[in-house]
Design a binder for this molecule. Structure first.
Ligand SMILES: NC(=O)C1=CN([C@@H]2O[C@H](COP(=O)(O)OP(=O)(O)OC[C@H]3O[C@@H](n4cnc5c(N)ncnc54)[C@H](O)[C@@H]3O)[C@@H](O)[C@H]2O)C=CC1
Ligand SMILES: O=C(O)[C@@H]1CCC=N1
Length: 292
């Protein structure tokens, strides 16, 4: 049972974000909500050369770390009269959307593309607010965007033209990979799998640490072991793009060894398979509820 030889590991993601022409963007990007997700996007755009004077942020109370980025780059924050947006990114909580969207509607013109990262909020709902012919892209990123390793599912309405689609692709690719979806309704499941997914992985690190402590290790040692294991396994998966996760799993599993014993529990009929199906179903259902 062996891991892929080091020479077969990929040192880089397939597409290099450095190649994205964000420095060439000469329009106006308005970011509404610069919290976890909006802030991660903003940091990614700036890192790839988006000119700070091209950006306006609307947020009454961005977190301190993001406020520092905004101030350091001299980005306009809550100006009294922002200019019309070429790209309007909505990164507020879905529960606030109905209150906030009408307040920024005047920034949306004939050539604006509206990009939502909000869970649940449908394209139809955004068309109601911004106009039936508004160009809208509904997306769902995830928090590894903060380290340029996110993945975003995106669905566009028929008013999004090719140039807007390329621009949005570049903006989203600044923080990781992008999957364009044929069907908007897949987004609720995408939200459940990759949008919320990092939480499941962090929970795994927490749970594995607790299990190690319960089996007799000092808590801090168990926490370090679990954390390094999740970090390392993620990196191995990342750098083995041609190897299926199941093969990486089999590489750990000696016949009748310790991993085999653990996997018999985890992969039993009442193991994590059904638990994950139920979790993804619950998150999908919640995403659909947030549409309302
Ligand atoms: N956190 C995550 O893992 C992911 C979040 N999302 C979506 O991203 C959106 C934002 O979520 P987070 O960044 O986690 O939330 P957050 O709470 O970190 O950020 C929301 C931001 O909106 C700001 N805000 C509040 N009122 C506002 C107003 N009237 N105008 C402008 N900004 C206002 C807040 O000050 C805050 O900075 C949500 O719709 C969520 O569904 C999508 C994928 C993953
Ligand atoms: O929990 C949420 O609703 C947001 C959407 C995906 C991740 N966080």
């Amino acid at each position: 049972m062996t891991n892929p030889p080091r020479s077969e590991l990929s040192p880089e993601p397939k597409s290099s974000p450095e190649a994205l022409p964000l420095h060439a963007f000469n329009g106006h990007l308005v970011l509404v909500g610069a919290g976890q997700m909006g802030g991660a996007l903003l940091a990614g755009w700036l890192k790839l050369g988006l000119a700070p004077q091209r950006v306006t942020v609307i947020d009454p109370k961005p977190p301190a770390a993001i406020r520092a980025v905004i101030d350091a780059h001299g980005i306009a924050l809550d100006p009294p009269k922002p200019a019309l947006a070429d790209v309007l990114v909505l990164a507020i909580k879905p529960q606030m959307a109905d209150e906030v969207m009408p307040l920024v509607k005047h920034l949306v013109g004939r050539t604006t593309v509206v990009v939502s990262v909000m869970a649940g909020k449908t394209i139809a709902r955004m068309e109601q607010v911004f106009g039936q012919d508004a160009a809208v892209v509904r997306t769902i990123p995830n928090t590894p965007a903060a380290v340029g390793r996110g993945i975003t599912g995106a669905a566009a309405n028929r008013h999004v033209n090719e140039a807007q689609r390329v621009l949005v692709d570049n903006l989203l690719s600044a923080v990781g990979r992008v999957e364009w979806l044929e069907r908007e309704d897949w987004i609720d499941v995408v939200t459940a799998v990759s949008g919320s997914g990092p939480a499941y992985v962090f929970l795994l690190a927490e749970t594995l640490a607790r299990a190690g402590a319960a089996a007799g290790l000092p808590e801090d040692l168990a926490a370090r072991l679990a954390r390094a294991t999740v970090e390392g396994a993620g990196e191995l998966l990342y750098r083995s793009p041609a190897v299926e996760p199941a093969v990486l799993r089999q590489n750990v599993t000696s016949p009748n060894g310790t991993t085999h014993a653990a996997l018999q529990v985890l992969m039993a009929a009442d193991g994590i398979g059904p638990v994950f199906e139920a979790a993804v179903a619950a998150a999908t259902k919640r995403s659909r509820e947030l549409a309302g």
